[in-house]
Design a protein around this ligand. Structure first.
Ligand SMILES: CC(C)(COP(=O)(O)OP(=O)(O)OC[C@H]1O[C@@H](n2cnc3c(N)ncnc32)[C@H](O)[C@@H]1OP(=O)(O)O)[C@@H](O)C(=O)NCCC(=O)NCCS
Length: 292
């Protein structure tokens, strides 16, 4: 169990440390580092920048600011969470979850009940954290949201993103963040109920699976859509294959959202010694509370 503390970042020194951490998390593009002066201005105007510390060293941070969503009956306040990064040596230690939980508390204290952010739908760990552990949901797909990105994590592919909605005061979210958090979902729970994944991988090997040739029809109250569990390794080995996956999942999510499905959960499970990563999409007619 990692011993850490979470606290607000406020001083110029804190922000310089957060700048430096960004260079480690997203190396390769100085232009894309959010500078200390902007982080300070954000915190002086309702934004929230928090750090995770191990032995007084910053190893993670989350940064967001108040925003508006534009609804037919007028604008409504929300918090836009723009960045979260954990030092590579400290990933999978629960720090991302802890930072988001602290952000949830801070934003609720501001009287805001909705946080949005975007993530790359091909990143299994991010999907698992955002959807399964934090209880965010999603029915918004944004093609090439940030144009051609230049940092090492994102270079080479269109920057398509899922935008998630985190409804802070729902029992769905409160339960996931509470002391008795839900256990992890198992794939066999679904397959035993005769719910099969929408498609099998279209060939390749375990480390470099190919997307199927065709998406096929999307029908039923729940859909299971599988993605590779380590997309960054796949991308480093084969950029063309990574691009095929980008375009396949673009079609998948755009078609599903068009038909009224929402992303409501995510399975990350070891099956016969192999990691499996699957989105769960729910027909929008079924309420989210029915899912738990
Ligand atoms: C995404 C990121 C912020 C998550 O932070 P983190 O501290 O590693 O996250 P946590 O440890 O709280 O949670 C990750 C969970 O994913 C699980 N996980 C690990 N590998 C996984 C995979 N391939 N697929 C699915 N889940 C995975 C972990 O086991 C953990 O779950 P658990 O706590 O139930 O065991 C961090 O990995 C990161 O900085 N990535 C690079 C930058 C980035 O993508 N930022 C987000 C967009 S701005």
């Amino acid at each position: 169990m990692t011993e850490y503390t979470i606290r607000l970042l406020e001083s110029p020194e804190d922000m310089i440390n957060a700048e430096e951490l960004q260079r480690t998390v997203w190396p390769g593009s100085e232009t894309d580092v959010v500078p200390a002066h902007l982080l300070i201005t954000v915190t002086h105007n309702g934004g929230i920048v928090m750090g995770a510390f191990v032995k007084n060293e910053i190893v993670g941070f989350v940064f967001g600011f108040p925003g508006l969503e534009f609804l037919p009956d007028g604008p409504r306040p929300k918090h836009c969470s723009h960045m979260m990064g954990i030092h590579p040596d400290w990933r999978n230690s629960g720090l991302g979850f802890a930072l988001k939980r602290a952000q949830w508390q801070m934003v609720r204290n501001q009287g805001i009940d909705h946080i949005t952010w975007t993530f790359d739908p091909m990143l299994s760990r991010n999907a698992y954290l955002n959807i399964a552990k934090l209880g965010a949901v999603c029915n918004t797909y944004r093609r090439s949201e940030y144009g051609d990105m230049r940092d090492e994590l994102n270079i080479g592919l269109p920057s398509d993103r899922l935008e998630v909605d985190w409804w802070l005061n729902t029992s769905r979210v409160e339960r996931r963040l509470g002391k008795r958090a839900r256990g992890t979902l198992k794939l066999d729970k679904y397959t035993k109920a005769e719910l099969q994944p929408l498609y099998s991988f279209g060939g390749g090997n375990e480390k470099r699976p190919q997307p199927p040739e065709n998406l096929g029809p999307l029908e039923g109250s729940l859909l299971l859509a599988e993605i590779p569990s380590d997309f960054l390794a796949l991308k480093a080995a084969d950029l063309t294959l990574a691009r095929d996956w980008r375009y396949f999942t673009r079609e998948l999510f755009e078609t599903a959202f068009e038909k009224g499905y929402l992303v409501t959960d995510f399975i990350f499970d070891q099956v016969e010694g192999r990691p499996r990563s699957l989105y769960i999409l729910t027909d929008g007619e079924i309420t989210l509370e029915d899912q738990d």
